[in-house]
Design a binder for this molecule. Structure first.
Ligand SMILES: [Zn+2]
Length: 161
């Protein structure tokens, strides 16, 4: 799989809303949440998200920050599910207590590995009301993870009502 050629990522509004709702709920208790957006390529250069997948995970918090751990067997279960339903999972989304950026742990422990995969980070546990994807930090996998400029994120990710 390679997602580098995708020029349009279509995100249904209800998936965005459900993600923010789940992120806020965890954040309320001081924990990050890590989720995936799965879907299908619909044209050569477009990908449509159709499902929010919230894996079983353990959240940790310490004075140094918060993080989550997703067990390997849970990732295997997700992969089986994707295979069965002919879906792929090019987007991971997780929250941070404060500023949104790709931390060293995020780089090292990233679940997604295919070129062009997307990693979105929601700042402030999702408490800041969502205006556009420019509010989040969004990275794309190439050799490492490279940040997508906020102006570009606005046009690359389309919210479908
Ligand atoms: Zn992170």
């Amino acid at each position: 799989m390679n997602y580098q050629g995708i020029q349009k990522w279509i995100i249904p509004k209800h998936i965005l809303d459900e993600t923010i709702f789940a992120v806020k709920e965890k954040g309320h208790h001081g924990y990050e949440l890590f989720v995936f957006w799965a879907g299908k390529k619909i044209e050569q250069h477009s990908f449509e998200v159709t499902e929010l997948l919230i894996p079983k995970q353990t959240g940790y918090k310490s004075p140094q920050g918060a993080w989550v751990d997703i067990p390997g067997d849970e990732l295997n279960r997700l992969n089986m599910y994707l295979y069965k339903h002919k879906l792929s999972m090019p987007i991971q989304v997780h929250s941070h207590p404060g500023r949104a950026y790709h931390s060293q742990r995020d780089n090292e422990k990233s679940v997604l590995i295919f070129p062009g995969s997307i990693s979105m980070i929601i700042p402030n546990f999702g408490k800041t009301s969502f205006k556009s994807f420019a509010d989040w930090a969004i990275y794309q996998k190439s050799n490492g993870w490279e940040q997508i400029a906020p102006q570009k994120a606005r046009t690359l990710f389309i919210i479908k009502e």
